[in-house]
Design a protein around this ligand. Sequence first.
Ligand code: EPZ
Length: 416
Amino acid sequence: MQKLAIQGGVRLNGEVRISGAKNAALPIMCASLLSADDLHLSNLPDMHDVETMAQLLRQMGVQVTAVVQGATFNAARVDKLEAPYDMVKTMRAAILVLGPLLARFGEARVSLPGGCAIGSRPVDLHIRGLQAMGAEIHIEHGYIHATAKRLRGARICFDVVSVTGTENLMMAATLADGVTTLENAAREPEVVDLANCLIAMGANISGAGSDTISIRGVASLHGANHRVMPDRIESGTFLVAAAATGGCITLSETRADILDAVLDKLREAGARIVVADNHITLDMHRRPTAVNLRTAPYPAFPTDMQAQFMALNTIAEGSAMVVETIFENRFMHVQELRRLGAQIAIEGNTAIVKGCPLLEGATIMATDLRASACLVIAGLVAQGETIVDRIYHLDRGYEHIEAKLSALGAQIRRIK
Ligand code: EPZ
């Protein structure tokens, strides 16, 4: 197990380049299955989940040719319509091959993703949507086995907003016969980035970014070039780290227009924020003020930023209420923060955080991707040394995070 050793008490200063968005790259890589032509992707982040997805596509027969900061995908000779358990269990986003395989090849066998640390995370909305489009689906031996001569357009209303549910059905609908309308669709920017890539491939999509997306099926899709959007959660993570350490940093190659809820909360905590083109500068000149949070689907405050802000609140002035409405078990970082001296009480999906002037370094354990980012932030502010264990969680979704933090002045090193 690899660990990170962090010496706390350093104010982060300097500039950091934001990488391509993991949660845009993963569905867009699956979109390559919808065409027999080359899909050229740039700004692909170098992280474990992207490598896992590339391996999954390769074992299906997709040619994946890496280029600098990107890759070319060609699905002309896909000969295996399956996503095996050993790959799905480590990365739930593998479910995103289901819609494209069904749409282009009429068949798919995808392992049911198990639960994960943050919740049971069912895929019933993905399955019910594909059935509404005419797919025959059987669940046997832990696998989703789906067949469809040709999917047909349907009107589908999500009873819960689902990001990958919206993405899977949007991809499936691009080659269906007729028009598909997705109601109560996810509005996340990553859904829009996927839609933009699909449109570049010849898909007929309108309404992406709103809660109603309409897709008129076409006979086939062609190749395209697409640059993956910047990662808004990586952006938010670095901004919170700078705010927590009382630093001053500038993010480059990012986007502020998709971070309103996060930037508003950072301003409420006392940060000075300046936005210019694709740069965001944050200057934290005093101890943060505690901020109340309630997670909800985009454009509201993102659940993927809840843990990071919890770290900020542990050392802020005052108390704050953190309500997690998306996942049923996304407070795994709380007991680890308590080991550093944080004062946090949990009542169901609500955590009450009482800010302390100081945290003390200790050995703590990462449990999931964003919880591990939270623990790194806590280590950056805690007195003395903090060891964060099981950082493979971190490596799944952040590109070279310790190198980027070191460049901002953090005293952080990886222990093999
Ligand atoms: C996506 O997960 C993201 N992952 C998650 O980011 C993110 O936290 C989540 O959306 C919410 O924003 C990717 O995009 C790869 P959902 P997803 O379907 O699509 C329930 C990270 O850290 N639900 O939007 O799996 C579900 O249980 C990861 O980068 C059903 O009930 O999440 C949850 O309560 C973590 N049935 C809610 O909907 C379904 O069929 C939202 O889940 C699907 C979902």
